[in-house]
Design a protein around this ligand. Sequence first.
Ligand code: URA
Length: 188
Amino acid sequence: MAQDDLAVAECTRCSELVDSRTRIVNGVGPADAEIILVGEAPGEREDAEGEPFVGRSGEILNDVLRDAGLDRTVVRITNTVRCRPPDNRDPTAEERSNCRPHLDAEIDAVDPSVIVTLGKVPSENLLERSVAVTNEAGTVESVSIGETVRDVMVCVHPAATLYDRSQRGTLEQTIVEAAAIAGNPSGD
Ligand code: URA
């Protein structure tokens, strides 16, 4: 399946986000990736460039992926919500719910071995319970998503490492464990 088949071309479900976004920021990466990373929502740079995780958090994510033995190009990277919220606020429950069918459809199509949730918003969105991310980082839970049951691994958000350096190791270790579940895809 070509990557464009997974893109959402137009959506007006969230009236506030229709005004705050420049564009819909769809997921990137192989349409058959073994690992899908789910972030929160696009920030300013992502909104400007139309790609998830291309700002400061993206630089950190790229470094961590490389240190974990994974190239950014072998994983699929997407967000809980595809449109930038005003002032980068957290997406509301209604916005998460409005965008959930797009995420479920992407996950169904990619059919990954493991889903890694970067931070509280995607973790709680997919696990449908409250999550203490730092305590639960690296844990895997099987949940029903879209058409089937999937393994979801909780992970800290790359931005968390800016405020707490000790989270860097936790982030990398979680990605290493996710890569092992996925059979250490190399992209070769
Ligand atoms: N933070 C996210 O959660 N997603 C992005 O795409 C960028 C920053």
